[in-house]
Design a protein around this ligand. Structure first.
Ligand code: PLP
Length: 821
């Protein structure tokens, strides 16, 4: 739907500056996501770190001509642009969405709760979308910003909409309720998420329940007494499910089977059995909300059964995989609509780092869009994101391939998935970043299996959303002018350095740092162009520094002098360097007594340009050592002042690592050095409590064995079994970084959320687990080595070390997978 400039101005009560232009169809808040600039309205949202106003020029360059801006800020002079001036651009965005929502008289389902909102929304969509045209929020767009952007997508074609609403603070829900205006509510559950923002659970529940205040009915699990109690005081009609015989849908029994769960239900006085392809409690809970709605809508039981069977657990997850011929694959084999394509293309572009972007797509589908319009839009989206090659699989796209060619995209058509696998010359993918995205019926898993480099089956997953949240939390405690240097030494704390480097570039980090020159070279080869500091440069690597534009940290006269003679031989000027001071760590750095000599040398070597002066705090995490920290800071400041006077130009000063960022705000200086906090494994101080662990390690069960009491397991015959046992051998050992001191019952892994202790010694490539008391374990099953059930910090405690050592000890043969939830 389009709105004219006059309509928009009156809805958001804006003053117009400039000549109103054509109609608006798209709302954008991030210049990196602009696709159809001429019909887009850019909202310059003020934020704690990045003010949207500073992106107006960028949006203009990309072709946007209409802007919503805050009153009181100077407007840039831009030819033929129109500005809508309002007091609060975010509020204006919400007003626009609220108005848009009112144009539709369709059922709208609002989903809220602590966990499971996105999966309930997705499953509901999968269950009902074959019958009617459904709009759902993309991804987990559930915030004050995400909700209006989701609601804006409503079009006359839609017959039902599902939106999720998430809050972290009191008073936010009323706002979201007004925008979504749900007619039906689903309350997923009440858990610990965002507890810190509320006085207690009751307050959080009351707040969340606000979403339902104008609903006709609300679906929830009445086994939760607090929720049931709350519902009984509200006026809305319920559709509850649970074990109570009075529940609208009663669960009489649930049995775990080989491939999922059988649920025996009573609904409308009738007994029925439904099979779910999952067995974990969370999945059953999520599915029950959906089942309740479908039964209420009188979906035929047979239909419901078939559709439940096809529910996909990982719908929202995109995975990066290392492909053959140096390619990087983005696996998105579950959906084939435009909004998910847009999301995937954003990720593709983030990781491109100067490499070729390609897409392998099946026939696509979008409710309410004819094929010609659909493929025209797909072609524009691919072109806008820099995709140069398309491998088009399926018959429906064939008539429209000219759209792609017109935009300079090379197209290789294939009739079906098998034809692709049999005839593709995979060299075409060399070093490219490739999106693999298709409808489920095309079986693109086969393409992934075909293109993926086969490796060891233990993986380290890095959750990019968690990284994003941790980065955001860190920035929220900094002043807007404080810069952030991210420490990516030791392969990014053992994670995935180049991928994370590219991502940090996209997130606009200011600086990166590595320990050794070759780590910096790796980042450069991966397409990272941010400035990179090398903390431990050796003379033998100086030419690498030069070749790859890496900036050395100089920490002693020896290294300083040899770098100076290297530079003089080359006759270069303006060489960026960093000066490291030792103020109490007693590791590397110039000490305070050496500063005078240092200033003299620097003054004589004016071809060196000191970018920054820094020190490292020895015990910033330890309250008992705060006086040492203060001494370090005083010494640092004194030395910086001397250097400043001598050099006569300004440089960045920095001292704070993760713990200091959160514990010593007065030591942020001009820049901070974020390390382990990015990965969410810092000790919890204040707001740092909300950092989320971003890494998890998984392996698989290789074999199961019944072993009789009295026998031993593993090398050295250490573990004598006291009972007849079932032993699972899993594919991870000390060569992968699972330490040997975690053997003999010290360590614990999780299979299907159930704990299993180690038995016997950890071997080089294998570990044995006691799974006697576990149900439903099979060869090939996924095993959590650390992750949600076994936090890395806890595992580190179990073997007497710190998370840093465990993380960086994960061997390079363990495949890294970046996950976009
Ligand atoms: C590793 C490192 C950091 C980051 O420390 P974290 O505790 O992981 O935040 C900061 N500065 C220097 C010099 C480092 O070596």
């Amino acid at each position: 739907m389009h709105y004219t400039a006059q309509q928009i101005a009156s809805i958001i009560e804006a003053k117009i500056h400039g000549e109103p232009l054509g109609a608006i169809q798209w709302l954008v808040t991030d210049t990196r996501k602009i696709i159809f600039p001429a019909e887009s309205l850019f909202f310059a949202l003020p934020g704690p770190h990045r003010n949207g106003h500073t992106y107006i020029q960028d949006a203009f360059r990309r072709g946007v001509r209409s802007f919503v801006v805050s009153a009181g800020l100077a407007l840039p002079t831009l030819e033929a642009a129109v500005f809508f001036i309002v007091s609060n651009p975010l509020r204006a965005l919400q007003q626009l969405a609220t108005f848009h929502r009112k144009q539709f008289q369709i059922p709208v389902i609002g989903v809220t709760g602590s966990n499971g909102k996105t999966i309930v929304k997705e499953w509901l969509y999968q269950l009902i979308q074959p019958d009617i045209t459904v709009l759902r929020s993309p991804k987990s767009y559930n915030s004050q910003l995400g909700v209006p952007l989701s609601v804006w997508q409503l079009e006359p074609i839609h017959q039902l909409a599902i939106f999720e609403a998430g809050i972290s603070l009191p008073n936010e829900m009323v706002n979201l309720e007004a925008i979504i205006a749900p007619t039906i509510g689903i309350f997923t559950n009440l858990g610990a998420a965002h507890d810190e923002g509320f006085e207690n659970r009751q307050q959080k529940l009351t707040e969340k329940w606000q979403l339902f205040r104008h609903c006709q009915l609300v679906i929830f699990n009445s086994d939760n007494a607090i929720i049931k109690e709350h519902a009984s005081h509200s006026t809305v009609k319920w559709l509850d499910w649970g074990s109570s015989p009075t529940a609208f849908v009663q669960i009489v029994n649930s049995t775990t089977t080989l491939n999922g769960t059988d649920l025996q239900l009573i609904y409308a006085k009738r007994k029925l059995t439904l099979h779910l392809p999952f067995s974990d409690t969370a999945a059953i809970e999520n599915a029950m909300h959906c089942i309740t709605w479908c039964l209420y809508q009188q979906m035929p039981i047979y239909t419901l059964q078939v559709r439940l069977q096809n529910l996909q657990p990982l719908e929202m997850r995109l995975e990066w995989k290392t492909g053959i011929h140096g390619s990087l694959l983005l696996n998105d084999c579950y959906s084939h609509d435009l909004s998910s394509l847009q999301i995937a293309l954003d990720y593709l572009q983030q990781q491109a780092g100067g490499r070729k972007c390609m897409a392998i797509l099946s026939d696509m589908e979008e409710s309410g869009l004819a094929d010609a319009a659909l493929y025209f839009r797909v072609a524009s989206m691919l072109a806008a994101k820099g995709v140069t090659n398309l491998m088009a699989i399926g018959a429906k796209m064939v008539p429209y391939l000219a759209y792609f060619k017109d935009l300079n995209i090379q197209v290789l058509p294939f009739e079906h998935t098998n034809a692709f696998i049999e005839t593709l010359d995979a060299h075409i993918l060399k070093d490219a970043v490739v999106l693999v995205k298709g409808a489920r019926s095309f079986g693109f898993e086969q393409i992934i299996a075909f293109l993926e480099r086969q490796a060891h089956r233990t993986v380290l997953e890095i959750n990019m959303q968690a990284l994003g949240q941790n980065f955001g939390i860190t920035k929220s405690v900094l002043s807007p002018t404080t810069k952030v240097m991210v420490m990516l030494k030791a392969f990014g704390y053992g994670s995935a350095d180049a991928e994370i480097g590219r991502w940090l570039q996209f997130q606009q980090a200011d600086y990166l740092a590595v320990a050794y020159a070759d780590e910096g070279v790796n980042l450069r080869k991966g397409g990272v162009s941010l400035p990179i500091m090398v903390m431990n440069p050796a003379p033998s690597t100086f030419s690498l520094l030069d070749e790859y534009a890496l900036e050395p940290a100089l920490f002693s006269f020896e290294i300083l002098n040899s770098f100076i003679s290297f530079c003089s031989r080359r006759g270069v000027a303006n060489v960026p360097v960093h000066i490291k001071l030792d103020t109490g760590m007693h590791r590397l750095g110039f000490s305070h007594t050496e500063i005078i000599d240092l200033t003299q040398i620097l003054q004589e070597s004016s071809f060196l340009k000191v970018q920054s002066v820094f020190t490292h705090l020895a015990a910033s995490e330890n309250p008992l050592a705060d006086s040492l920290t203060t001494q370090q800071a005083q010494s640092f400041e004194a030395s910086c002042n001397l250097l400043q006077q001598a050099l006569g130009y300004s440089f960045l000063r920095h001292a704070a690592n993760t713990a200091a960022i959160f514990r010593h705000p007065h030591l942020h200086y001009d820049m901070v050095r974020l390390g382990i906090g990015l990965f969410g494994t810092a000790k919890p101080y204040g707001i740092a409590k909300s950092l989320i662990p971003a890494t998890a390690m998984y392996t698989t069960v290789a074999q199961l064995k019944k072993v009789a009491a009295g026998k031993t397991v593993g090398y050295g015959c250490h573990a004598v079994l006291l009972r007849d046992s079932v032993i699972a051998t899993v594919r991870v050992g000390y060569a992968d970084g699972y330490r040997r001191d975690l053997g003999n019952g010290v360590g614990c892994m999780f299979i299907h959320q159930q704990p299993a202790l180690t038995v016997g010694n950890v071997c080089m490539d294998m570990t044995m687990l006691d799974v006697t008391d576990l149900s439903n374990v099979h060869p090939g099953d996924r095993v959590e080595v650390f992750g949600p059930n076994m936090p890395l910090a806890q595992l580190a405690d179990l073997c007497g070390t710190i998370p840093y050592e465990l993380m960086t000890g994960i061997s390079q043969r363990v495949k890294r997978i970046l996950v976009e939830e």
